[in-house]
Design a protein around this ligand. Structure first.
Ligand SMILES: Cc1ncc(COP(=O)(O)O)c(C=O)c1O
Length: 369
């Protein structure tokens, strides 16, 4: 539909895909240019990550979360977070094993991880009345007993929800009682607004695995560099799978990411992160105020690149509403793109400048009227 509209000459405002439009900080780009010229940085990397990369992640966890990790066996490199989210299932999930997958959720948990390992998806609904957090009380204990992995992701894509340390403790207690591993997918830990600071699951319990990456924090989605940290046996399993499937993220990219991570001197965001987040924060404010002004009640997220909102009154189906928007040249993601519990919702990505967001609001107002 979008292509047809483009052919008709309609100028499309894409607010669908969650890929930061702002550029990677110069400090990181300049480091990359210097590092790529060094001949040993052009060789095969080690799939577990270069020593200096693992030490930079270790230091980042210390200054950012006050967590002491061992760079030798509690940190490993990833070719972006997505790779770790998928490969961790190859470590643990045998055919028929249950994996607890939040819904709506990042589709890789169900597809790239559980299904490709012939695991069994157990859907964990994220409902608005529960602030888009799982309700452990309603999950049958037989299911929890059989579960191997649970994916959790806060700040959350697509809902923008956040999790308190109290909730993380409840999740970790359940994991301990029922003996499953939590894969805490934390790529939006730095994508936060105002004074909200996102926690790490490992601050509560280090017996799990946490995945993060440079993609969102440094606007580096195309560079493909991430990391997994946590329990050394889990990390060792992930390293085994990876050592037989990939040869790691290019050394010069790891070194550029080290430069970015080293900018953190405390739990506060350094300027290279804060400057971009201020821009996204302004866009969020304009979008959410604009939607409310035209009668579409929408909450302001405290984190992430997304605004997740119920379809306007009178609309009955996410996809049908998305089609109406495309007819006016505005592209959003239907909630159902993230699972059945996304029905009735749409996701805006804050990836356009303010003037485009305002133009999108004018077009949306026309539809609502
Ligand atoms: C929830 C979630 N997890 C993981 C990723 C993967 O990010 P990357 O592979 O770029 O680190 C994304 C990217 O959009 C995401 O939204």
């Amino acid at each position: 539909m979008v292509n047809d509209k483009k052919k008709e000459g309609i100028n499309i405002i894409p607010l669908g895909i969650g890929d930061p439009d702002l550029t990677t900080p110069d400090l990181i780009i300049n480091e990359l240019i210097n590092q790529v010229k060094i001949s040993e940085n052009q060789n095969y990397p080690s799939s577990k990550g270069e020593q200096d990369f693992r030490e930079a992640v270790q230091k980042w966890y210390d200054v950012r979360f006050n967590l002491k990790l061992d760079a030798n066996d509690e940190v490993t490199n990833l070719i972006g977070g997505k790779e770790g989210v998928a490969n961790i299932a190859r470590v643990f999930v045998n055919p028929g094993d249950i994996v607890l997958c939040p819904n709506p959720g990042y589709p890789v948990y169900e597809n790239g991880a559980t299904k490709l390992c012939d695991g069994k998806i157990h859907t964990i609904p994220l409902l608005r009345e529960n602030d888009f957090l799982p309700d452990f009380e309603v999950i049958e204990s037989e299911i929890l007993k059989k579960a191997k992995l649970m994916y959790l992701n806060y700040p959350n894509n697509p809902t923008g929800a956040i999790a308190s340390k109290k909730f993380l403790k409840e999740a970790a207690d359940n994991a301990e009682d029922y003996n499953f591993v939590i894969v805490y997918d934390n790529p939006y830990s730095e994508f936060t607004y105002e004074d909200y600071i996102a926690p790490s699951l490992l601050q509560i319990d280090q017996n799990h695995i946490e995945i993060n990456s440079s993609s969102k924090m440094f606007c580096m989605t195309g560079f493909r560099c991430g990391w997994a940290v946590g329990d050394k046996d889990i990390i060792s399993g992930l390293r085994k799978v990876k050592s037989h499937t990939d040869s790691g993220c290019p050394i010069f990219i790891q070194k550029a990411v080290v430069k970015g991570l080293n900018e953190y001197k405390s739990g506060e965001k350094p300027n290279i992160v804060r400057n971009n987040m201020k821009i996204y924060e302004k866009r969020r404010d304009v979008l959410v105020k604009g939607l409310n002004d035209i009668g579409w009640n929408t909450d302001k997220p405290k984190a992430t690149l997304y605004v997740w909102t119920h379809i306007p009154e009178g609309e009955t189906n996410s996809m049908e509403f998305i089609k109406k928007l495309i007819n006016e040249g505005v592209v959003l993601t239907p909630g159902t793109g993230f699972g059945t519990y996304g029905e009735g919702f749409v996701r805006f990505a804050l990836t356009q400048p303010i003037d485009k967001i305002k133009e999108a609001l004018e077009r949306i107002e026309k539809i609502l009227n």
